[in-house]
Design a binder for this molecule. Sequence first.
Ligand SMILES: [Fe+2]
Length: 148
Amino acid sequence: MENLEGNVNINWSSSYNTGIERIDFEHRIFLELVNSLKKALDNSYTKIQLHRILIEIEKYAEFHFISEENFMMRIEYPDFKKHQILHFELLEQFNLAKYDEQGFENFYQFIKEWFINHTVAEDIKIRKFILDENINIDDIHYNLNIQV
Ligand SMILES: [Fe+2]
């Protein structure tokens, strides 16, 4: 039986903000893609459609992780390797999930929790490092100059 929480979109929460515009922007897109998987599940999309959405999220995650890792390298983030391994492990999970047609709903629950936990527990540490070390990120090409 599915709980009620499983039926609603995950809304953006201020607790997800890293304060790094580009990363926050990419996280918002990622969240939107995760929500699109839920919508597809609720509307009984075909296995082929669900599989394609999973690939879309996987490709975006892959891009976003490289982007976030490049940023970490630029600021010489000390836990870079540890963080990179977490990204790698998630991509491994995508590889398994793509071929498990019975498990799409479970994977949605997993990816939803992963996003929330990883963003709040790990990505936020990048923000803390920037603040602690007083690093000026304005000159790093990740400012979008948009209102979000
Ligand atoms: Fe991350």
